[in-house]
Design a protein around this ligand. Structure first.
Ligand code: 5GP
Ligand code: MG
Length: 439
């Protein structure tokens, strides 16, 4: 599996007399969906809908594995946010039942097992219950058949999932920001290991496994939208805290702070509030260009960084600046930015990063392609600084990150920074190299 997945979004809507497909469309829009047009969904009628979004992957062909996954007789659909490092149990089960199809990816394998149980005469609820123990990994799922909407979150709560109310109906969404967009009110976060079943008889909750919360810190660092709330923490506030903590950890003598929009903007506000150093929005985002992370190859990625973020030389000339960004993955974005700032006349370019060095690959969400491509897996901070050409480089400490989020350390998954993987990687364990720089 050598592809790079980015943040996915999922939604599920249930309500008689509600325009459920239209609501799902707008909710996906909040989760940054880009494929459907409003008229595409106008003819979709019914009282239950689910939807899913995903950015293209490095292999291109984004539609090959488009979701929701729909079974062969169109009676059941599933949307999955997250990633399963190991699918061994699902594969073993399906092949023992002679129900294994070729080239099925993780989400499709889950759907195939559920479908197997449905075909045996089980209800959707019962089929999901029976399938749950076979799924190893990070998953928030929404599923539907003609009368029931079901949502399930893995026992670790790795990916978020929230429940909301709209009129007499219900909404499930991977981020709370999608609820507000469609006028729904937040009811609660679906708990790790919890299943929610909504149908004619109402709504019920079934705990399928003991909760063992290990929420992915990357939701706070980069994935989630600033207007989403996760574990009672507003993402905007958490990111502001990152900036405040950075200001306590690293005092810089600079003329201005320049955030890399959009994620780092609240971080810069926090840094400025504590340090008293003013912010300059000297990097302007071209709103017509999509994110760079999804570009399949290095060259086009580099090109789109230049298109996407435009510096203001009039503001930068002769200044010592501290540039704030959320994370360094491969290092391309930052290298390009440092060059741009110096070219625009900046005298010193210090870098502040609101997360620790990413030394280990991700298996639960974005599925980074290869540990070698992570710059911090083989360069220490000083070597990275040199590579980027920055005056200085400072990463937020792991303790600072956790303190800023405000949840207990044991409830957070920090695998990309620490190499500690709360969900067993099983057959993929060997992909992790622990011989990484210490500093
Ligand atoms: P790179 O270092 O790979 O050139 O780019 C890192 C930048 O890409 C980060 O600043 C971040 O804002 C952005 N980015 C886009 N998608 C992702 C993602 O899925 N994870 C992380 N950590 N950063 C991402
Ligand atoms: Mg960025």
């Amino acid at each position: 599996m050598n592809e790079l997945k980015e943040k996915c979004g999922i939604v599920g809507i249930y309500g008689k007399n509600l325009p459920v497909s239209k609501l799902a469309f707008f909710a996906l829009f909040a989760l940054q969906h880009q494929v459907y047009k409003e008229k595409d969904i106008e003819n979709l009628k019914g009282h239950i809908s689910i939807g899913h979004n995903r950015y293209s992957t490095s292999g291109g062909g984004a539609l090959d594995h488009a979701q929701p996954v729909i079974n062969m007789d169109n009676s059941f659909a599933l949307a999955h946010n997250g990633n399963l490092p190991s699918v061994a149990s699902l594969l073993k089960f399906l092949s023992s039942k002679k129900a294994l199809r070729k080239n099925r990816m993780d989400s499709e394998l889950i759907a195939d097992v559920i479908d197997f149980y449905i075909k045996k005469g089980n209800s959707l609820e019962k089929s999901v219950k029976k399938t749950f123990p076979l799924i190893t990994g990070a998953f928030s799922l929404v599923m539907m058949n003609k009368d029931t909407l079901i949502a399930v979150r893995d026992a670790y709560g790795m990916r978020p999932l929230a429940l909301g109310k709209i009129g007499k109906g219900y909404v499930i969404a991977s981020e709370t920001c999608a609820l507000h967009t469609i006028g729904a009110t937040f009811s609660k976060e679906i708990q790790p290991g919890e299943m929610i079943v909504i149908n004619e008889s109402g709504i019920k909750s079934v705990q399928l496994a003991k909760p063992n919360p290990n929420h992915d810190v990357f939701e706070y660092v980069y994935f989630a939208r600033p207007d989403s709330v996760l574990n009672d923490k507003l993402i905007y506030e958490v990111r502001k805290n990152f900036g405040k903590t950075l200001a306590h950890e690293f005092k810089l003598e600079v003329d201005a702070i320049v955030p890399v929009p959009d994620t780092a903007t609240p971080v810069a506000l926090g840094y400025s509030e504590v340090s008293g150093i003013p912010i300059e929005m000297a990097l302007v985002k071209n709103r017509y260009v999509h994110r760079t992370f999804i570009e399949p190859d290095q060259k086009s990625r580099r090109h789109s960084v230049a298109l996407k973020l435009i510096p203001l030389p009039q503001v930068l000339k002769g200044k010592k600046i501290a540039v704030i960004d959320d994370s360094i993955v491969r290092g391309n974005t930052c290298k390009r930015l440092v060059e741009t700032f110096f070219k625009s006349g900046a005298k010193e370019v210090h870098l502040l990063i609101s997360s620790p060095p990413i030394r280990f690959p991700d298996f639960y969400g974005m599925d980074t392609p290869n540990q070698n491509e992570l710059i911090a897996s083989h360069k220490n901070t000083e070597e990275i600084r040199k590579f980027l050409g920055a005056t200085s480089l400072h990463y937020l400490s792991l303790d600072g990150l956790i303190k800023s989020i405000g949840l207990p350390k044991k409830h957070l998954s920090t695998s990309c920074f620490t190499g500690i993987y709360p969900i067993d990687l099983k057959e993929r364990k060997d992909e992790v190299n622990y011989d990484v720089p210490k500093e």
